[in-house]
Design a binder for this molecule. Structure first.
Ligand code: FEO
Ligand code: CA
Ligand code: CA
Ligand code: CA
Length: 565
């Protein structure tokens, strides 16, 4: 099938075919190069990456593993990228240990250092884009970086620990997934699957309802708790209440202390899309990436004034969860003591329970939200849902199909879009529709074939990362099944596509190596370079056969030097 849908000429490139190979493909007239790989030095005292030992022991001096959300910042004529390192492959980083399980506190420290966030200066020179090694802006933020806790839950009993009896300071941010950027120039990093870092050394550990709802169990994913008491639920049961937040980082000040903004709720945060409503209030859209969980919105009490004090804009406001009705309308349900019957502060710690209490709409894994810069509308990628009808979410909510998540056994996902009443992002009401229902028209001829803007030449599954460019085109990144067989035959490796919100047309721009997802997207200051994250390749990318596969950020440019998007 032709990759061209042959409708508008909105796109400045010819769409590409699927790929199943071990490299990156972009359209004719475009080039790509590597900017940064897991293990690349941010400082000259760090050794070069070793394919024998994985990330180095001085791992807080190097680019971490599994790149995810990222944003670009300008400081004078310098450009900084803040970028997440979502998780870690223990087998790659602890190759000397059986199954990659840590056997010492030093192993745990190495794992903790290789995740979190990198801030790095980047520059384009004669040999392309590179990290500016030893830039004073370069910084690693990891699982042991001190952070301030701010907002309503700061100081609450649920956040107090022996090491922090006041409940106002925590070490580290973890499972940093998507990102956001504030108009005042700070980076938002989003804590997603934090539950997997905690475990119990006491077999008699019992899950509280709060632990159950967030998937916090006696068994952890990384065994930190065996060597670091902070992660041992039997010794520090409140420690996990200090994760699952949005964290604000000032990338322009390497001495600044990151701040956990509890007013934006605690759940498995995907990204944080910030818009300024027409009255100047700050609105943040937030997805909770789990089957049967919710889409959220935060609205500040205060108004953003350029150059003004921004400290309380993400501390004082109202949190809402989305309800989508079958008639194409929806509403934001405020999470307050009156609506939830919950303690005012607990709403910010057990936000999922609050959203269940008000009857928000259970969703097919809300991933990134992106707001259109040239129209008052926002989009959320609902990546997929294999458990529909098999089991309810951990709150026991009814997760049956509904208008906005209409398919059982939803292996392909969809993207929902909403337009607030009166073009006002603070309005309670909105209209919604499905921008795309992903599917496979080669394999199916029913609802699983996808919506009318899906055809054999552009099909994909599991939309995840999304961002708008300044011209109002929606870039869509996938994190899905890349086997290219069965239900997914003809869809190939994960990919990045571009959608026109007006016509609905979607075209394929990029494919990535086998096994990788595409996640994280930002542009250089002049918009002539695009930075794209490639996470968890299984193919030997980018260093070739026999070498460890390394997550990487690549730069895409036009050969004619033109603006991208
Ligand atoms: Fe880390 Fe939901 O993606
Ligand atoms: Ca994601
Ligand atoms: Ca995903
Ligand atoms: Ca991921």
């Amino acid at each position: 099938a032709s990759v061209e849908a042959a409708t508008t000429k909105r796109f400045a490139f010819s769409p590409i075919e699927i790929a199943t190979d071990a490299t990156v493909h972009v359209p004719e007239g475009y080039t790509w190069e590597i900017l940064a790989r897991w293990g690349d030095p941010l400082f000259s005292d760090a050794p070069e990456f070793s394919h024998e030992t994985g990330g180095d022991a001085v791992s807080d001096r190097i680019f971490g593993e599994n790149t995810d959300g990222m944003e670009l910042f300008e400081v004078g004529d310098k450009q900084l990228i803040a970028v997440n390192h979502e998780y870690l492959n223990p087998k790659l980083n602890l190759p000397q240990n059986e199954d990659g399980k840590p056997t010492s506190a030093a192993d745990v420290l190495k794992m903790q250092n290789l995740q979190g966030v990198s801030v790095m200066e980047v520059a384009e020179g004669e040999n392309g884009w590179n990290i500016v090694v030893d830039s004073p802006f370069n910084r690693r933020i990891h699982h042991n970086t001190p952070m301030r806790i701010a907002g309503p839950a700061a100081g609450h009993d649920l956040l107090k620990t022996a090491a922090d009896p006041a409940g106002v300071e925590v070490l580290g941010t973890m499972n940093n997934c998507g990102s956001g950027k504030t108009p005042w120039g700070t980076y938002l990093t989003c804590e997603e699957n934090f539950n997997g870092y905690f475990g119990s050394t006491d077999a008699a550990f019992e899950q509280t309802p709060g632990f159950k709802r967030y998937g916090i169990k006696g068994e952890s994913r990384y065994d930190y708790e065996k060597f670091d008491d902070r992660y041992d639920l039997s010794k520090n049961p409140n420690e996990p209440n200090r994760f699952g937040y949005i964290v604000e980082i000032d990338p322009t000040d390497p001495e600044s202390k990151p701040v956990k903004r509890t007013a934006l709720g605690r759940f498995k945060h995907e990204n944080a899309e910030v818009v300024i409503a027409k009255d100047g209030r700050v609105v943040v859209f937030l997805g909770d990436d789990e089957r049967g969980e919710y889409l959220y919105r935060y609205v500040s009490n205060g108004v953003y004034q350029p150059g003004g004090d921004t400290e309380n804009l993400l501390n004082e406001g109202t949190l809402y969860a989305a309800k989508f009705n079958a008639d194409g309308r929806g509403e934001w349900l405020a999470l307050t003591p009156e609506t939830t019957g919950m303690d005012e502060i607990e709403i910010y710690v057990h936000t999922r329970m609050a959203a269940s209490a008000v009857g928000a709409t259970t969703m097919d894994r809300p991933e990134w939200v992106a707001a259109n810069p040239i129209a008052v509308e926002a989009y959320c990628a609902l990546t997929n849902n294999k458990n529909r009808g098999v089991k309810p979410n951990a709150g026991g909510d009814d997760t049956a199909a509904n208008a906005v998540n209409p398919r059982d056994a939803n292996n392909y996902g969809q993207i929902v879009r909403w337009r607030p009443a009166n073009e006002d992002y603070t309005a309670i009401g909105f209209d919604w529709d499905l921008y795309v229902m992903c599917g496979n028209p080669n394999v199916h001829n029913d609802e699983y074939a996808g919506s009318s803007n899906v055809h054999p030449g552009n099909m994909f599954n599991s939309p995840d990362g999304m961002a708008f460019d300044t011209s109002g085109l929606l870039w869509i990144q996938t994190d899905g099944n890349y086997k290219n067989e069965g239900d997914f035959e003809g869809q190939g490796n994960n990919q990045m596509l571009v959608g026109d919100p007006v016509t609905g047309e979607i075209v394929r721009f990029m494919t990535v190596p086998y096994g990788a997802e595409v996640t994280g997207l930002c542009w250089s200051a002049d918009r002539r370079s695009m930075f794209v994250g490639i996470q968890h390749p299984k193919a030997p990318f980018p260093d070739g056969e026999g070498k460890l596969a390394r997550s990487a950020v690549v730069v895409v440019k036009r050969e004619d030097g033109g603006i991208i998007g």
